[in-house]
Design a protein around this ligand. Structure first.
Ligand code: GLN
Length: 305
């Protein structure tokens, strides 16, 4: 099937989903986004063809938890496997912002993609670089080839004002001795990393190292083959939180979602895909994005299984 037909099928399939979920409410700056938006981009791993896409694929949106994949990769690149003594690699089976699970498990987050795990990763990145959010922005600009990638100060400030649950998670982590930096510094870097605004094209390009077994856009090595495999594996078991099983069942790809409505998905050796549809299901995953990726893997047969 050619790209044009594929995009048509996908766009038709996601139609009902654009009205079937709710835009994230707990971050007021996100609640104002139009739920009718939909975009999808595909970037080939070998970079031979230009990235292609459909719908609102060039409209920037709030990357939110998509940022967690990149901070994880940067920490693994700088620090290797040491991170896995601070954070687990198991499915959470609980909401992404669960306090109860973190307390029960003595401050060791289930995986790097629940909020507590991402706070631990940001804390490490802050120690390793002195500027976690700056290191992330620099990496995303380089990999996407877009020097205009930047933070959205309104979203960052809004999240900082309303982020009581994240603050509670960070304090709980600190109480268990799991953070090296002051709680407020870690939270600040975390809120700003989530506020980065990017479009589907730039995100598909920026995730390319995961489809290239760890190689960056300029072919320099970011991760070892084995580390890249691990990031993809953790995306499969935890990238869509307590719906990771259902997502694997429907889509069959490693993926990461964000409450801005983005999902990035990886087909190792072939390509990376980014979808955007702001309406979310009860787990915080984009309803349109899941349907789009389900349709894509069904029509193309491009699943890892
Ligand atoms: N910034 C959001 C939060 O911390 C990210 C959550 C998400 O995208 N799932 O709550």
């Amino acid at each position: 099937m050619n790209d044009h037909d594929l995009f048509e099928h996908i766009t038709r399939a996601v139609g009902p989903d654009l009205v079937g979920g709710r835009v994230a409410q707990y971050i007021p700056a996100l609640a104002a986004v139009d739920p009718g938006r939909f975009g999808l981009a595909i970037a080939d791993a070998d970079g031979r063809r230009a990235p292609r896409g459909t719908g609102d694929w060039r409209v920037p949106f709030s990357i939110q938890s998509l940022s967690k994949v990149f901070t994880l990769a940067l920490v693994l690149a700088a620090d290797g496997e040491a991170l896995w003594s601070r954070v687990g690699k198991e499915p959470s089976g609980a909401p992404f912002n669960s306090l109860a699970q973190l307390e029960r498990e003595h401050g060791i987050p289930r995986n790097p993609f629940v909020n507590a795990g991402a706070l631990v990763v940001t804390d490490r990145l802050l120690t390793l670089t002195g500027d976690a959010r700056g290191a992330l922005r620099e990496f995303l600009r380089a990999e996407s080839g877009n020097p205009g990638v930047d933070f959205d100060a309104t979203v960052a400030t809004c999240e900082s004002l309303h982020g009581h649950r994240n603050a509670a998670l960070a304090h709980l982590l600190a109480d268990h001795g799991r953070l090296d930096n002051p709680v407020n510094d870690v939270l600040e870097h975390y809120f700003w990393q989530c506020s980065l605004a990017m479009d589907c094209r730039d995100l598909a390009l920026a995730s390319g190292f995961l489809a290239r077994h760890g190689l960056r856009a300029d072919t320099g090595r970011l991760l070892t083959r084995s580390e890249a495999k691990r990031v993809n594996a953790v995306m499969l078991i935890g990238g869509t939180y307590d719906a990771a099983g259902e997502f694997a069942h429907r889509v069959g790809l490693p993926a990461k979602s964000g409450v801005g409505g983005g999902i990035i998905a990886v087909i190792p050796g072939r390509c990376t895909i980014c979808t955007w549809g702001p309406a979310l299901d009860g787990h915080g995953n984009s309803t349109a994005g899941i349907t789009a990726l389900d349709t894509l893997t069904t029509l193309t047969g491009w699943s890892i299984f």
